[in-house]
Ligand binder design. Structure first.
Ligand SMILES: Nc1ncnc2c1ncn2[C@@H]1O[C@H](COP(=O)(O)OP(=O)(O)OP(=O)(O)O)[C@@H](O)[C@H]1O
Ligand SMILES: [Mg+2]
Length: 424
């Protein structure tokens, strides 16, 4: 990863209708060393939610989008207090200049946009190099310091006494969960976090293949055979280590061994990994079962992955309803849309509208994906400047920002009922 470039870049969310958004994006690409477009928002309804999720340094907002500027600015202050607003307006004048940090005409050149973006963030950039005090997982802006100097290991992980647990889930197979989980874990490790990755696709887990760890002899079923309590030393020995430092607990090598992993045993494993890592990423099978619901219950973040296919979007809708019925608050869920095929069936905006849920990251189709899988080197390492890796960075930032939380009692209660239904 080009850390020099990433740490210096000002993160800009562009909110404008098509085709203006494309023009702005192409213009700012000239200044990629200084400006990183972290989101392209083409729906007025999504502006504030994306600003809340991404906390960009600058929101470049076109009045052609139809969002009322004064209203947006007032609410922007509440959801993303340090985000600066640069307006693109069709007509100079009116009251817009008073409320925005800077105002440009719609036909402003790329150089003018760059100058305005740099000007409004001028005082902020020095502060961005410092890691957030509350977080041991570096955010995008804090990545340089932390990646250059990995944190020393320690027994206690996370400011809240346990690691962040991130479950990557979808109700449908083949949408890219394992690709997302391995790239996320690797990117976090590259930023200096201590990362564990658990392959909970217990029958057909692919993490070992994706990270070239197939030859590692110990898998998760060996650990859970010791009963519901976990032996810390045995767990440590069971973890494989990826080329980039992710500690991986592999799925059993044969499907029938998956039954050896009990929900209680899994809970003990996650608890132990939490104590010795900053982030625990859990990859999952494409269906619901007791053990997956158990992880949903304790996860700090659930990344719900959908492809652009109609059945996948339908399944994502069903899953969102399920998560709601489990009592999991929406801010613990993030939607990732992954384009697994070259042609699109839906637009991202249509998916957002259908699901009534904001998209955190839209991963583009990546023709070199199979090559990177064969090489065992995730996209974030082999193609750090690709569109895929840039969109992955949004997920990494999001996980870095999310607080580790304790499962609320009502979540535990609701989930317990589901677990009973799935219990064998
Ligand atoms: N953005 C992308 N561009 C191109 N190909 C992709 C992309 N994302 C995933 N793929 C391809 O899609 C396939 C499925 O990905 P992956 O194994 O991660 O899905 P999954 O959801 O984990 O599947 P399962 O539910 O079976 O575990 C892989 O062959 C991968 O190469
Ligand atoms: Mg998978």
């Amino acid at each position: 990863m080009d850390r020099k470039h990433r740490s210096a870049a000002i993160r800009v969310a562009v909110a404008a209708p098509f085709p203006e958004i494309v023009r702005v994006h192409e213009g700012t690409a000239e200044y990629a060393d200084e400006i990183e477009v972290c989101a392209m928002i083409s729906s007025a309804d999504a502006v504030l939610e994306q600003a809340r999720l991404l906390q960009p340094d600058v929101l470049l907002l076109s009045d052609g989008l139809g969002a009322t500027p004064s209203d947006t600015l007032a609410r922007l202050g509440a959801v993303a207090p340090s985000t600066r607003l640069v307006m693109l307006v069709a007509e100079a004048g009116g009251d817009t200049p008073v409320i925005a940090d800077a105002v440009l005409r719609l036909d402003a050149s790329a150089a003018e946009m760059r100058a305005a973006i740099v000007a409004v963030t001028g005082g902020q950039l020095a502060q961005r190099a410092a890691p957030a005090a509350h977080s041991r997982v570096p955010t995008e802006s804090a990545s340089q310091a932390q990646a250059a100097e990995p944190e020393p290991g320690g027994e206690e992980a996370g400011a809240h006494g346990h690691a962040r647990t991130v479950l990557v889930f979808s109700g449908k197979g083949g949408v890219g969960k394992s690709v997302v989980a391995t790239n996320l874990a690797t990117a976090l490790a590259l930023r200096g976090a201590r990362v564990a990755l658990v392959d909970l696709n217990l029958q057909y887990g692919d993490v070992g293949v994706l990270l070239h760890l197939e030859s590692h002899p110990i898998t998760i079923d060996a650990i859970t055979q010791q009963g519901d309590a976990v032996d810390a030393a045995a767990l440590e020995d069971a973890l494989a280590t990826s080329e980039h430092g992710v500690r991986v607990l592999l799925a059993p090598s044969s499907p029938e061994s998956s039954d050896l992993v009990s929900a209680a045993g899994l809970e003990a494993i996650l608890g132990q990994l939490s104590r010795t890592h900053d982030v625990v990423v859990v990859d999952s099978p494409p269906h619901l079962e007791e053990r997956v619901v158990g992880v949903m219950e304790v996860a700090d973040q659930i990344l719900l992955v959908s492809s652009f296919g109609i059945t996948s979007v339908k399944d994502a809708k069903v899953t969102l309803r399920l998560l709601q019925s489990l009592g999991i608050p929406p801010d613990r869920v993030a939607l990732v849309v992954n384009q697994t095929r070259p042609r699109l069936t839906f637009s991202a905006e249509e998916i957002e509208r259908t699901l009534r849920f904001p998209i955190l990251s839209t991963l583009p189709f990546e023709p070199r994906m199979e090559e990177t899988i064969e090489s065992g080197r995730p996209m974030v390492v082999s193609e750090p400047r690709s569109g895929f890796s840039r969109q992955m960075a949004l997920i990494v930032d999001h996980v870095g920002r999310a607080q580790a939380v304790s499962a609320a009692p009502n979540v535990r209660h609701q989930a317990a009922r589901w677990r009973l239904r799935f219990g064998r």
